[in-house]
Design a protein around this ligand. Structure first.
Ligand SMILES: NC(=O)c1ccc[n+]([C@@H]2O[C@H](COP(=O)([O-])OP(=O)(O)OC[C@H]3O[C@@H](n4cnc5c(N)ncnc54)[C@H](OP(=O)(O)O)[C@@H]3O)[C@@H](O)[C@H]2O)c1
Length: 229
C-alpha cells in the first residue's frame, strides 16, 4: 500500500519512516517535506513542498491515490514565539491537506494525526503550560473528526501521547513514567497499525497513551486491508 508521511525529518517522523521502510505491507512512502533528505530505500518518494497550507490539484490527486497519511509535522508553543505561526503549523497545514484528500478519495483512507496529551477540543482549558498548543491541537482534532463525519471513506485517528521517549531511554525512567510516556517506536508502530489494519477503520477517533501501547502489543503484521499496492 501507499502511505503519506509528513514530518519525516523530525524525531517521531524519522522513526516512523524507518518502521514504514521495514514494513513489507508498505510499497511506497510519499514524504512531503520542506527540505530534502537522503532516502536510502526505493520505497521512499520525497516530494519537496514549500508551503503546507497550499496543495495544487495535481498533488492532491496524487496524495488521494494513497491509502493513508501519518501526520507528524508539528511544533510546540515553546518552539514558536509567534501564535499565528503556531496556528498555521498546527491547524492550517493539517486541515488543508486533510480536506483536499477527504473531498477526493473514493476508497477507504486513514488519516493519523499526531496530537498530544491534553489536547482540548473545547479550547477552554486554562492549564498554564503549552495552553495554545493544547487548544490548537484540540481544534485540529475537532475539525478533522468533522471531516470524517462528512466523508464516509475518511477515517481519522488522533494520537495523544504524553512524553515521547527515545527507544533507548532508561528502563527505570520508562517504568516510573509509564502512564504518561510512550517510546517513539511504540508510537510509530501504533500509528502504522491504525493506518494499515481494517479492524480499526473509523473505530478509534482518539487514542490515548495506554491505548497506543496496546495497539503496539497487538499489532497485526498480516495483509493490509487496503490492498497490496
Ligand atoms: N516530542 C514529544 O515529546 C511530543 C509529545 C507529544 C506530542 N508531540 C507532537 O508530535 C509532533 C512531532 O513532534 P517531534 O518531537 O517529532 O517534533 P520535531 O522533531 O520538531 O519535528 C517536527 C517536524 O515538523 C516539520 N515542520 C515543523 N514546522 C514546519 C513548517 N513550518 N513547514 C514544514 N515542516 C515543518 C519539521 O521539519 P524540518 O525538519 O524541516 O524543521 C519536522 O519534520 C508535534 O506536533 C509535537 O507537538 C511531541
Amino acid at each position: 500500500m501507499k502511505i503519506i508521511l509528513t514530518g519525516a525529518t523530525g524525531f517521531v517522523g524519522a522513526c516512523t519512516l524507518q518502521h514504514l521502510v521495514a514494513d513489507r505491507r508498505v510499497s511506497k512512502i510519499i514524504c512531503l517535506t520542506r527540505k530534502l533528505f537522503p532516502a536510502d530505500s526505493p520505497k521512499v518518494n520525497p516530494i519537496l513542498h514549500e508551503d503546507f497550507a497550499v496543495y495544487d490539484d495535481a498533488l492532491l490527486d496524487e496524495l488521494a491515490n494513497s491509502q493513508a497519511c501519518i501526520w507528524t509535522l508539528g511544533a510546540k508553543e515553546s518552539d514558536l514565539a509567534d501564535r499565528d505561526a503556531l496556528a498555521s503549523v498546527t491547524y492550517t497545514f493539517t486541515l488543508a491537506m486533510a480536506r483536499g484528500i477527504a473531498e477526493r478519495v473514493k476508497h477507504p483512507f486513514t488519516f493519523c494525526y499526531l496530537s498530544g496529551m491534553g489536547a482540548d477540543q473545547a479550547e477552554s482549558a486554562r492549564l498554564p503550560w503549552e495552553r495554545a498548543t493544547r487548544h490548537l491541537k484540540g481544534r485540529t482534532e475537532k475539525d478533522l473528526l468533522a471531516l470524517q463525519e462528512d466523508n464516509a471513506n475518511f477515517s481519522v485517528h488522533c494520537f495523544r501521547p504524553g512524553g515521547i521517549l527515545p527507544d533507548d531511554a532508561n528502563r527505570v525512567l520508562r517504568f516510573l513514567l509509564a502512564p504518561i510516556v510512550v517510546s517513539v517506536g511504540e508510537l510509530a508502530d501504533a500509528m502504522i497499525a491504525e493506518s494499515l489494519e481494517e479492524k480499526t477503520f473509523r473505530r478509534h477517533p482518539i487514542i490515548h497513551n495506554s491505548a497506543m501501547k496496546e495497539l503496539y502489543r497487538t499489532k497485526d503484521l498480516g495483509v493490509p486491508f487496503h490492498g497490496g499496492s
